[in-house]
Design a protein around this ligand. Structure first.
Ligand code: SF4
Length: 173
């Protein structure tokens, strides 16, 4: 199974979420939050689909790639800048390098925040990203689902009902 940007983002969010997603328990399509995110992506950046190309390579899918300037544009629905978003686009940059596209960069767009974050590839990222890949594989191939993490953001997670159905005494703070 190829490692995708979603796997890397979940690695930095919750190992349980990563394991559930990678082992075929997918609830994203039923999540209103995700649906809202897709809508933001589609409506805010409609005109961009003409200017930018979609790039699918080694299991990753970049919706808006500016091939001329070698810039990835990643749109996030979130109202918060998160480390997982940086990790995801660093992984995209890693895959581009592995496929002979060097000196690319990325811009993460936050329409709700009216902000953008520029992400550049650094020399030391190579070892870091390869470490993430190894850890991702280790987690998704382990026999048991990791423990739930009981964090406030669990309430916004698409696996919330799945994780907390039998955990009346362990509701997130
Ligand atoms: S609800 Fe919380 S513990 Fe369960 S997968 Fe989501 S983030 Fe992880």
């Amino acid at each position: 199974m190829p490692i995708t940007g979603t796997h890397i983002a979940y690695l930095h969010t919750c190992h349980r979420k990563l394991w559930l997603f990678a082992n075929g328990i997918q609830m994203e399509h039923t999540s209103d939050i995700v649906a809202e995110g897709k809508l933001i992506g589609e409506t805010s950046y409609q005109d961009r689909s003409v200017k930018y190309t979609e790039l699918e390579i080694d299991g990753i899918k970049i919706d808006f790639y500016d091939a001329k300037n070698k810039v990835i544009h990643e749109v996030k629905k979130s109202d918060k800048v998160e480390h997982a978003h940086f990790a995801q686009v660093k992984y995209y940059l890693y895959i581009l390098i592995k496929n002979g596209i060097s000196e690319a960069s990325a811009i993460i767009e936050y329409p709700k925040l009216r902000q953008r974050q520029i992400v550049e590839w650094e020399m030391e990222d190579l070892l870091t990203v390869e470490g993430w890949i190894a850890l991702t594989k280790q987690i998704i191939h382990q026999d048991n689902c990791p423990d739930l993490i009981n964090k406030p953001f669990c309430k916004k997670c698409s696996y919330y009902d799945f994780c907390y159905a039998n955990e009346e005494n362990l509701l997130p703070l």
